[in-house]
Design a binder for this molecule. Structure first.
Ligand SMILES: *Cc1c(COP(=O)(O)O)cnc(C)c1O
Length: 394
């Protein structure tokens, strides 16, 4: 636990986890070194034997990565964070570190597409089976649990329909069956939602999104109990090698310092755009937890301190109309990333969810007219005017 426990996540984002060198720098250093030097052969031996603490090699530990880890752990209210080379390697390291052949995962169906592929195509080769359930069907979660189930996995809000799961309720189900509850907290970040407060055991991040916040670097993180992380997740990482680079760690570390103001600005803009979109003709439905019409609006209001920066909406006219709208936008980049200062737009049916069959897409509620926005930090009036112009054009 850090020295900044009594302060809010926004303050921890700026202050927690710093390691200051003898030069007394104010801003954090990038320790661009692959290895570290020992004073003597005896000290090297002690370091390798784990008898003396300290750095050996940057595949294991690096001070810049350590600062990022300490800061993010403090923000989430978790004990130990392990930085990884990407969000995907954070999920991989969690599964490889904590599970073994024969174990079973129950996962929300509405998760990042590559995570589905990781579970179905890669982990399955090593004897790890996964069952998928609808995010908010709590009976289905319970029914899918088998004696060999070790882990429940989810994202909330879901992508792209922003469904909200009750983390406390799922933690209760998980713990009654001796399973770990793993929450991918990418969409909210600890500024808007702290899953440990509701009983989650492990929190995962793709640092690529909001933690960086300016679309520069790929990275990830796993946060959880000290011993579990140290022995199993860090234990896997230092041997298998999907380590975070010191430069990327520094970018994320400085990104965290502005996360508080950014998340509130992203949320405010998305909230305004969602309310405005809901009143436009040609827009059939808007998916945003901040709308009273959202099925889990009350739950989102309790569990999150803001509704987040992602808004999805269905236009009438299907794919043709959705593509037309996307192509006409000037202030929304057509790109797969989200959580950037620049607003982004995607057509889920033909990009992130294109590998699903028509029936699977229909079951997931991903219509051909669905458009997903990630609200950036441009002036919200300009964003709204850009959407208005694109919606008006025929
Ligand atoms: C992007 C993303 C990931 C994967 O992260 P990478 O950094 O791209 O490997 C995992 N989960 C969610 C929710 C994401 O949006």
């Amino acid at each position: 636990m850090s020295d900044f426990d009594e302060f809010s996540p926004t303050t921890r984002a700026v202050r927690a986890g710093q390691i200051r060198s003898p030069e007394a720098e104010h801003s954090e250093l990038i320790y661009a070194t692959s290895s570290f030097v020992f004073d003597s052969a005896a000290e090297a031996a002690a370091r390798f034997a784990g008898e003396s603490p300290g750095n050996i090699y940057s595949r294991f530990t690096n001070p810049t990565v350590r600062m990022f880890e300490q800061r993010l752990a403090a923000m989430e209210g978790g004990e130990r964070c392990v930085g990884t080379s990407s969000g995907m390697s954070a999920i991989l390291s969690t599964c490889m570190g904590l599970l073994e052949a024969g174990d079973h995962i129950v996962s929300s169906r509405a998760i990042f597409g590559t995570t589905v592929n990781l579970f179905n195509k890669i982990l399955s080769k090593f004897g790890l089976a996964t069952s998928f359930v609808p995010l908010t069907d709590y009976d289905a979660w319970e029914a899918a649990i088998r004696p060999e189930t070790k882990m429940l996995f989810l994202e909330t809000p879901s992508n792209p329909l922003t469904e909200i799961a009750d983390i406390e309720r799922l933690a209760d189900i998980a713990h009654r069956h001796d399973c770990l509850l793993v929450v991918d907290n990418c969409f909210c970040t600890p500024i808007l939602q702290q899953p440990f407060k509701y009983g989650a055991d492990i929190v995962i991040h793709s640092a690529t999104k909001y933690l960086d916040g300016q679309g520069r670097c790929v990275g990830g993180a796993v946060i959880g109990p000290q011993e579990m992380m140290e022995e199993h997740v860090f234990g896997f990482l230092r041997t298998a090698g999907p380590t975070m680079s010191p430069f990327n760690a520094w970018v994320f570390l400085k990104g965290l310092e502005t996360l508080g103001v950014r998340m509130r600005a992203h949320s405010d803009s998305a909230n305004q755009l969602a309310h405005w979109l809901a009143e436009q003709s040609g827009v059939e439905k808007v998916y945003y937890p901040g709308l009273k019409s959202h099925a889990q609006h009350d739950l989102a209001s309790r569990q999150q301190s803001g509704f987040g920066g992602i808004v999805s909406f269905e236009v009438s006219g299907g794919r043709e109309r959705a593509w037309q709208l996307i192509d006409r936008l000037r202030l929304f980049s057509i790109t797969a990333n989200l959580g950037d200062t620049k607003s982004t737009v995607t057509h889920p049916a033909t990009t992130t969810h294109s590998r699903l069959s028509d029936a699977e897409r229909a079951a997931a509620g991903i219509g051909d007219g669905l458009v997903r926005l990630s609200a950036g930090l441009e002036d919200v009036g300009d964003l709204q005017a850009d959407l208005a112009a694109a919606l008006a054009a025929r």
